[in-house]
Design a protein around this ligand. Structure first.
Ligand code: ADP
Ligand code: MG
Length: 308
């Protein structure tokens, strides 16, 4: 390795640089990260690397210190790294740990498509799901589904119909399953069914029903949240819900449900009676057959977890 002092002297006089510069460069050359990098890569570096890479060394040290002090480099979210290029030093900009974490998070969020769902479902995690006795069965069924699905995503897997009163954590558990699947690389769609039904009604005027319905119908994993929470018109029941379920049954696509109603209640107190007041037990029965094919019922009990 050349003598730094001598190199500096030569460089400074050649470039008409002043003492201030010298001080800055002395610091940069003495930087532990810089010296360690040069030492580790000595075999690949030119003899006169210090003189020829001085500006890169300076850039590296100043940009790195900016990041350390919480400032921003000229490329936000990136930090400098020394690399060897053509036997000299160069500076590459790589995403910071925080940026990588954010990118990974965004990737995950893209795998969970949420329609009219509360924002806090993003934070739902199986690890944080209270597994008291009341919720154990639901949690075990959920993790079993994930294991089975991930082992053979293209085969039929019966999903879950979570029933139970308001606030026991049905939506939370569905979201936690979706987030776990996302972490493992699988996409799912969660839809708050009553809001979706309204959206579909509004889409009629704009001729948008087909596209919206298609996206839901074909989602690799679908979670229909809060089915039965609002009265359904015959149109929503037969031409929206019925169409979705028919398709998913035929294609054997995993479909979860959550409801304040048990399956029996959903059939007899909800699906049978249209908003017009007609009693249609056969239609209700057909829909329930599809739901039962797609999901098995798990009753969740427990205290209302909603902040009062
Ligand atoms: P449900 O869909 O059954 O009405 P939610 O899933 O919306 O109930 O849960 C109600 C509230 O309690 C939400 O704020 C949710 O984040 C929280 N919650 C539910 N289950 C849990 C849990 N096991 N651990 C932590 N928070 C929970
Ligand atoms: Mg809910």
């Amino acid at each position: 390795m050349e003598d730094i002092s001598k190199t500096m002297q030569e460089m400074m006089s050649k470039r008409h640089l002043n003492r201030n510069y010298r001080q800055l460069m002395d610091q940069a050359f003495a930087d532990p990260e810089v010296t360690a990098f040069i030492q580790a890569n000595q075999a690949d570096l030119a003899e006169d690397v210090l003189a020829r890479s001085a500006s890169k060394i300076y850039e590296f040290v100043t940009e790195r210190d900016k990041v350390r002090q919480g400032g921003q480099t000229f490329a936000t979210g990136y930090e400098p790294r020394l690399i060897v290029a053509n036997h000299l030093l160069d500076v590459a900009y790589v995403p910071t740990a925080a940026t990588m974490e954010k990118q990974a998070q965004q990737q995950l969020q893209r795998r969970v498509r949420a329609i009219a769902m509360p924002k806090d479902i993003r934070n739902a995690e199986l690890d944080n799901f209270d597994n008291d006795n009341d919720r154990m069965e639901a949690l075990m069924a959920a993790t079993e589904f994930i294991d089975n699905y991930e082992n053979s995503p293209h085969h039929r897997h019966q999903a879950l119909y979570l029933s139970g009163s308001f606030g026991v954590g049905k939506t939370y558990l569905l979201a936690a399953v979706a987030n776990q699947l996302a972490a493992d690389g699988f996409s799912s769609t969660l839809v708050h069914f009553p809001s979706f039904a309204v959206e579909m009604k509004n889409a009629i005027a704009k001729n948008g029903v087909g596209d919206k319905l298609d996206a839901i119908k074909k989602a690799p994993i679908l979670m229909i949240d809060d089915i039965g929470a609002d009265a359904m018109s015959a149109w929503v029941r037969d031409d929206v819900l019925g169409v979705i379920l028919e398709y998913r049954m035929q294609e054997e696509l995993p479909t979860f449900f959550s409801s304040n109603f048990s399956m029996a209640q959903l059939e007899n107190e909800h699906l049978r009676i249209s908003t017009r007041g007609d009693d249609e037990p056969l239609k209700a029965q057909r829909l329930m057959q599809r739901i039962r094919f797609l999901a098995r019922e798990i009753v969740m009990v427990g205290v209302n977890r909603r902040p009062q």
